[in-house]
Design a protein around this ligand. Structure first.
Ligand SMILES: Cc1cc2nc3c(=O)[nH]c(=O)nc-3n(C[C@H](O)[C@H](O)[C@H](O)COP(=O)(O)O)c2cc1C
Ligand code: SF4
Length: 1488
């Protein structure tokens, strides 16, 4: 049999001294050599033939052999071995070896997505592969920058001829060649091929050529910057000037041309390096590599297009712009670059870039094109195995007006170069570029602008462009350094000693940006002084003084680079060893990730790491700003190439919201799809760990993994599959753990079953909150009481087939979203609803549903009421299961909510199971479960300490512990953005903790601020939340960091005791910057009261601070105020200073309103009681309430009054029903008069009549104010209290810088903003400059924005039904245009939003409030009092964003037109009848 390699083997044999054939399972070029009958060779001896295996890194051996033996070497290989060969090809080129690689382009089947190995690292081939058997030239393109010259041919004869030319050119220019042929063209079966090598070879290569080559090669030491053809124009130094000059692009081009002439003379067969065929006046010219041109050539001929020509490129590298342009007829108006490239993700293919750049790059030839540069289109042939057809050509020719990216027909994708800017409009780069600018400022040099309006944007964006010019800059500075070095050593030159010293210092430190600047400045100053007497090299140095500063060089690569190791500029940067930084952006969203991604994004990182001398980082700005910052700084400092892989998902939506980008990033980082890490080889040299994993959550898993496997770089070398297994191993570990847990659960269950009799029950629940789950648990208890064995689980934790094995299955399922199944029941329902048959005829079942008949109040939405339970019930009946009872329907609207229907359904269930009514057993013990839990906890200990030690799970051990930790200021949460994905992956929820720091009065010192700032980085998610109650909050703390977090907080002299829980919480106080003395008195009072009401248990210090009681010293804890059951519910106190009601005194259980004496000193306080915000949607028994004013007490009496108010609530509050346990209900149930009497009876003094006061509003005052004592205070606007860094607004860094120099205080405001308080006049300017620098001085928001406030909600708050903090700013922005239009820009309207009706941002006293109802749907409330004195009322339910905007915009217009003088929005909507005023909490729900 004859193989396609036979002709090539013949040419190779005739003209080389050594032949290597690379065999793979699918290709055996060695057999072609064995088959040769004609053993002619130009030298006297036959070449040595070596067979290598494709999977054994063959090119390394070839490179070594060529370097040492200096023989004219031929290689026979298929193109799929090229990618792995890249590093060796670079080296081969730099050694100027005369190696010719004859490659047959290999077809790739994209579906098989094979993986091969680069240097031991898994490398993707999918993106470079062909499409269903179409030969793709991507492999060829991938090696185009290695310094190899590239020849291509389109038929078998040309393949043979060019093989001989390649051998000759290689030896005569000492340049390696690649001779690429496609399999059809290389075929030997074509009888017409003339194999006249015996005549041609000696004419092309002489003995002298070989000798001269060997001499040249011997002179070569390694060329450090090895890429020869990156920027092939004349005058551009292609490599380090110290290295012996390699053949220039022009020399190689000319040599090939000359050899082709020789060939023509010998054979009559004519080829040009760049060949034009077609009419001299063609208007349209196709450009194609010769190798892919034959079917296009046929199709063009068939099309008979008169003014169409074709440029066939035989010599692709070096690319000669000049010759390319010369080949084109100047009549051309349109150039269509034709490429066989199925992968559409690469915006501009290499050939397209070469062609585009040619028109402008060459100054001499530009003239011919001036003013009429043709339009350049890219046509990509991506048919499956088909030939280019006449129709394709027609379509390509008529594509003139087509859109930037379009499919001409199934075979073509075309793209116009003028689309460059439009395609780049996505601002993917913005945050990272902003950060680069911030960090490196003047030193920043981004070589390839991503954004450009010029049509040449495409070329400037290409790695080649940037890299080439960077190399030039780097060498220029190196030459400058050389000049400096020679100058200081030149003893003949008279240089003043200080200047010589400064120059020497600069030379020594030129790689260190800071020192280079310092010494450079010194030199410049000295040169300046001596400027008139400078001569020789000193004058030269002076003229180039811009070279002193060390630039931070960056190349920015977009998606195509991230996808494609081969086609990106990564190799060049890495192998150059130059001090160049590469930032590669990846915008593929996690949820849209390719089905079988083979971890290829990470492969780039691993690939780069494998070089050992490259800094590599993987970052995501939406996940960790500070990690990006560190990575950029380290990359810059690293003296060598750096690759920073940067994630910024761009979901394919029209209006991408930041929330979506954030969520995509989180998913990617959390699942390990995009791990955050840094690899800094410089650290290794210092004996430190080079690899740092910055992804907090996967850290532990990976650390264990790495420990086991030793060291990352080691494993990569030893185990090439690590790239793929990296995440898989994490996942499988987690899964294995999960399986183990499940098995344990099964075993436990089996034991349980053994111990119990009666029919076993399977109780399945679907629940988003906890209602349905709670009922399921109750059923389990009920079953046990009846001696039935029962187990329960979420519906999704069983498969529908399990039903066939069960005798009795009980479902409790609530309704989520709009008539949807809860998240933990969706998979189950999906399977069940699709089932047509299921063997459940023996299965008996019953369903209890939970819903709210008024959740979606419109009549047509009645179908959503309890829909899941109804559907489930019907489906089970349809499948033949037997109902035990009728469907039970719990309704939030019933008197006792779902309990009403439960009370009917549950007894029916037990009866249907044959259970008699229980005798003498109290089924649900009528004692408060929470109180029992508190008593059992031993003063808030529970099993918290034990739970912290369990590292097999991210959560606490027991449900009770999650309640108890609240008393310690800690909430266990899980990231709801990640819930579904983690569930899919079989992982436990992404648990983390929120920690709230008690800051009485909201006053912290700069040292405390710095501590909070650093704690957030070290133990939490890097941001700080200033809460609506003047506390600091840390989010995203993993269990293993929790103790450390609390300890660090305590070290800063703050704590978290009683920041949450059923106790008195943080006491708020007006931050009052105006009256300094008064603030001090009021704040001291708040601090004292806070200390007075603190729980006294030692559990906190014991658990968190390891302050164990001395052994044997059995101290029994004691709570003098609270007792062992603490309060029925949380208790909140505030202190207001009129005229500001910023603390919202009416929204709290207990309020103090400061009353001053005539001299302005504090006289005492008016006292308010019974305010509170929380309620439950649809439950009219719950409502917000504004507090009652009950009288005045003096300053001395105030603490005792507070204590006694709290004790009345302790003794009379409802301990049975937590939804009815706040003091507002105690007061409403018994009457305010009863409350006053009860309170008075506990006080040794008489409460006096309330004194007059006046509130104006409940907002903050922004900007600078001066206090009575002449100190200055600046109130910054912190959007929703979230202190974080963004590239545009690095607030967190700014506040840190301020804290470092500030001598006053930081005061947290009740509206989540921040006052930099007590600034001396002399320090004001400095603070102001920092405020400006870090964009903290921005106050030009509308009054509405400044007066808006939102709670945290998603992703951490488990109660959230809708977004809040992440969403409110964008909603307010939508209203702002109208607000500004009607002239209300500076009018304050209080707007508040919460993600659920709990009311953390005090929505019910706002003029406009949005309270989350479901994802994307809000209840809108109107008419709250402007200074928080009146509740608002429900205006409309469940409005979506467009509905909200449509409702509110006309209302705002009307307010502007019709308001009375000084009338506030909340009053206006009531006066004109839009809403009824709410006069008491009890009437909050009355709508008419
Ligand atoms: C976001 C959200 C959406 C809801 N949608 C519906 C609905 O469409 N139909 C309905 O009958 N009840 C609806 N409800 C009411 C709940 O089903 C009901 O409050 C139930 O008791 C919640 O139980 P769970 O805590 O077990 O999830 C919804 C509740 C919430 C919080
Ligand atoms: S109001 Fe609701 S959603 Fe918002 S933080 Fe409070 S509990 Fe969570």
């Amino acid at each position: 049999m004859v193989s396609s390699f036979d002709n090539l083997a013949q040419a190779a044999f005739a003209s080389s001294e050594a032949i290597f054939s690379i065999n793979s399972p699918s290709s055996h070029p060695s057999r072609a050599i064995d088959r040769l009958s004609d053993k002619y060779t130009i030298s006297n001896t036959s070449p040595a033939v070596t067979t290598l295996q494709a999977n054994a890194d063959p090119f390394q051996k070839i490179q070594e052999s060529a370097a040492t033996k200096k023989e004219l070497t031929s290689v026979l290989a298929t193109s799929d071995s090229l990618l792995a060969a890249i590093p060796h090809l670079f080296k081969t080129a730099s050694q100027r070896s005369a190696v010719v690689v004859h490659v047959e382009t290999k077809e790739r089947d994209s579906d098989s997505s094979t993986t091969q190995h680069i240097n031991g690292t898994a490398a993707p081939t999918k993106s470079t592969g062909g499409h269903n058997g179409v030969p793709s030239y991507a492999d060829l393109m991938a090696v185009r920058q290695t310094g190899f010259a590239v020849l291509t041919s389109d038929n078998a004869q040309a393949a043979f001829d060019l093989a001989l030319v390649a051998q000759a050119a290689a030896v005569q220019t000492s340049t390696p060649f690649l001779n690429a042929v496609n399999s059809a063209a290389a075929g030997a079966s074509d009888k017409k091929i003339v194999l006249d090598h015996q005549r041609v070879a000696p004419a092309l290569i002489s003995e002298q050529d070989l000798i001269a080559h060997r001499e040249r090669q011997s002179a070569v030491s390694e060329i450090s910057l090895s890429s020869l053809y990156l920027k092939p124009q004349e005058g551009q130094p292609a490599a380090d000037s110290a290295a012996p000059a390699a053949a220039s692009a022009e020399e190689v081009y000319n040599k090939v041309e000359e050899l082709l002439d020789v060939l023509q003379k010998q054979t009559g067969r004519s080829y040009r390096p760049i060949e034009y065929q077609g009419p001299a006046n063609a208007k349209t010219v196709f450009v194609s590599l010769a190798i892919g041109s034959s079917s296009l050539d046929h199709a063009l001929k068939a099309h008979h297009a008169k003014d169409v020509g074709l440029v066939k490129i035989h010599l692709y590298r070096p690319w000669s712009e000049r010759h390319f342009l010369q080949a084109l007829p100047t009549s051309v108006e349109r150039v269509i670059v034709f490429e066989q490239s199925p992968a559409a993700h690469t915006a501009w293919t290499p050939l397209f870039l070469d062609v585009s750049a040619s028109f402008h790059a060459s100054a001499d030839d530009k003239a011919a094109w001036a003013g009429k540069v043709p339009k350049i289109l890219s046509a990509r042939f991506r048919g499956s195995g088909a030939e280019v057809t006449d129709a394709d050509v027609k379509a390509a020719l008529t594509s003139e007006h087509a859109k930037p990216t379009f499919v001409i027909n199934p075979h073509f994708v075309a793209q116009s170069v003028s689309s460059a800017s439009s395609l780049q409009e996505s601002d993917v780069d913005t945050p990272y570029i902003q950060m680069l600018n911030q960090v490196f400022q003047d030193r920043l040099n981004i070589e390839n602008g991503l954004k450009t309006d010029s049509v040449w944007g495409s070329a400037q964006q290409s790695p080649e462009f940037g890299y080439g010019s960077l190399v030039t800059k780097v060498s220029a500075r190196a030459r400058f350094a050389e000049l400096v070095s020679k100058t200081v050593q030149d003893s003949n030159l008279k240089i003043a000693e200080p200047l010589r010293k400064a120059l020497t210092q600069w030379h020594l430190n030129r790689s260190d940006s800071k020192l280079a600047k310092r010494h450079g400045d010194e030199v410049i100053a000295l040169l300046q002084e001596a400027k008139d007497s400078l001569v020789g090299s000193l004058a030269e140095i002076s003229a180039q003084s811009s070279q002193f500063a060390k630039p931070s060089h960056w190349l920015i690569g977009a998606d195509a680079w991230a996808f494609d190791i081969a086609n990106s500029g990564v190799h060049h940067v890495i192998s150059s060893n130059a001090d160049i930084n590469l930032l590669i952006l990846d915008t593929e969203p996690y949820t849209a990730r390719t089905q079988n991604p083979e971890n290829r994004k990470k492969d780039i990182g691993l690939y780069a790491m494998n070089y050992g001398s490259v800094f590599v980082a993987s970052v995501a700005v939406y996940s960790s700003y500070s990690q990006v910052l560190h990575a950029l700084i380290e990359a810059d400092q690293y003296q060598g190439p750096s690759v920073v892989l940067a994630y910024l998902p761009r979901p394919d939506e029209e209006n991408v919201s930041p929330i979506t980008v954030l969520k995509e990033t989180k998913l990617a980082v959390d699942t390990g799809y995009w791990p955050l890490y840094r690899w800094n080889p410089a650290l290794e040299e210092k004996g430190e760990e080079a690899f740092r994993l910055d992804s907090e959550r996967i850290k532990l898993d990976l650390q264990q993994f790495l420990e086991r496997e030793n060291h990352l770089s080691l494993i990569i070398q030893q185990n090439p599959d690590v790239a793929r297994t990296l995440t898989h191993s994490i996942e499988s570990e987690a899964k294995a753990r999960d399986v183990a847990l499940k098995k344990k659960a099964k075993d436990d269950f089996a034991k349980l079953m053994g111990g119990l009799g009666g029919p076993p029950l399977l109780i399945l629940f679907g629940s988003d909150g906890s209602n349905a789950e709670g009922l399921a648990k109750r059923l389990v208890k009920g079953a046990k009481l009846r001696n039935l064995s029962a187990r329960y689980s979420a519906m999704d934790d069983v498969s529908i087939e399990d039903l066939t094995l069960e005798k009795h299955v009980i479902f409790v399922v609530s309704t989520a979203g709009q008539g949807e199944f809860p998240v933990n029941a969706r998979e189950f329902w999906k399977a069940l609803s699709a089932a047509t048959e299921l063997g459940v005829s023996e299965t008996k079942f019953s369903v209890f549903g939970l819903g709210d008949s008024h959740y979606w109040p419109r009549e047509e939405d009645a179908i959503f009421y309890n829909r899941p339970s109804k559907e489930l019930n019907a489906k089970l009946i349809e499948l033949g299961a037997q109902p035990l009872t009728d469907l039970g329907l719990g309704n939030d609207q019933d008197a006792d909510a779902f309990e009403t229907a439960w009370a009917v359904w549950e007894p029916l269930l037990w009866t249907s199971l044959g259970c008699k009514p229980l005798e003498g057993v109290v089924e649900e013990p009528k004692k408060s479960a929470d109180d029992a839990m508190k008593i059992d906890s031993n003063y808030l200990r529970g099993t918290i300490a034990e739970g912290l030690l369990d590292d097999t799970t991210g959560q606490l051990r027991a449900e009770a512990d999650t309640k108890l930790t609240k008393f310690h200021g800690i909430y266990q949460q899980d990231d709801r953005d990640l819930r579904e994905e983690r569930k899919k992956q079989g992982l436990e929820k992404a648990f983390s903790f929120m920690v709230r720091v008690r800051v009485p009065g909201g006053v912290a010192t700069p040292a405390q601020w710095l501590a909070m700032d650093s704690i957030s980085d070290v133990t939490a998610n890097g941001t700080l939340k200033l809460t609506t109650r003047q506390a600091f909050q840390f989010h995203g703390i993993l269990k293993r960091n929790l103790k450390k977090n609390i300890q660090l907080i305590n070290k800063s002299l703050l704590d978290t005791i009683a920041a949450c829980g059923d106790v008195n919480r943080n006491i708020m106080c007006n931050p009052n910057p105006h009256q300094s003395d008064l603030h001090k008195q009021v704040n001291d009072f708040a601090t004292d009261l806070s200390a007075h009401l603190l729980p006294k248990t030692s559990a906190y210090r014991e658990i968190w601070l390891d302050q164990k009681l001395v052994k044997g010293e059995a101290v029994v804890d004691h709570e003098p105020l609270y007792g062992p059951t603490y309060l029925p519910r949380k208790f909140k106190i505030v202190v207001a200073v009129p005229p500001s009601n910023d603390v919202d005194v009416y929204a709290h259980d207990l309020g103090y309103i400061a009353i001053t004496n005539k001299d302005g000193s504090l006289a005492g306080f008016n006292v308010t009681v019974g305010g509170g915000m929380g309620m439950t949607h649809g439950n009219k028994k719950t409502y917000p309430r504004v507090a009652d004013l009950i009288g005045f007490v003096t300053t001395e009496q105030a603490i005792e009054t507070g204590e006694k108010v709290m004790l009345v609530q302790r003794d009379f509050g409802d301990r049975m029903n937590r939804k009815h346990a706040r003091m507002k209900y105690t007061i409403d149930d018994r009457g305010i008069e009863w409350f006053k009497t009860e309170l008075q009876s506990r006080l040794p003094f008489q409460i006096q009549e309330a004194r007059p006061f006046k509130f104006l509003d409940n907002a903050d005052r922004y900007g600078w104010t001066q206090g009575q004592d002449k100190m200055w205070h600046y109130c910054c606007y912190i959007e929703n209290g979230r202190v974080k860094d963004t590239p545009a607004e690095p607030h967190k860094t700014g506040l840190r810088e301020i804290a470092k120099i500030h001598n006053g205080e930081f005061r947290l405001t009740p509206n989540q903003h921040l006052i930099i308080a007590n600034v001396k006049a002399s320090e004001k300017a400095h603070i102001q400059s920092l405020l400006e620098q870090y964009k903290l001085d921005k106050l030009n928001y509308t009054g509405a924005m400044l007066n808006s406030m939102a709670c945290v909600a998603f992703p951490t708050c488990s109660l959230a039904m809708a977004e809040s903090e992440r969403y409110l700013p964008s909603l307010v922005q939508l209203l702002e245009s109208t607000i500004e239009e009607v002239g209300l820009r500076d009018d304050a309207i209080t707007i508040r939003m919460t993600g659920c009706p709990n009311g953390c941002a005090r929505p019910y006293v706002a003029e406009i409030a949005f309270v989350g109802k479901a994802f994307g749907a809000y209840n809108v409330y109107l008419g709250g009092g402007h200074h928080g004195q009146r509740l608002n009322k429900l205006y409309k339910e469940s409005l979506t964003e467009p509905e909200i905007v449509a409702e509110l915009k006309p209302m705002i217009r009307r307010y502007a037109a019709e308001r009375l003088d000084g009338e506030h929005f909340g009053d206006f909507v009531i006066r004109v009848g839009i809403i009824k005023a709410t006069l008491s909490g009890k009437t909050f729900h009355d709508l008419s």
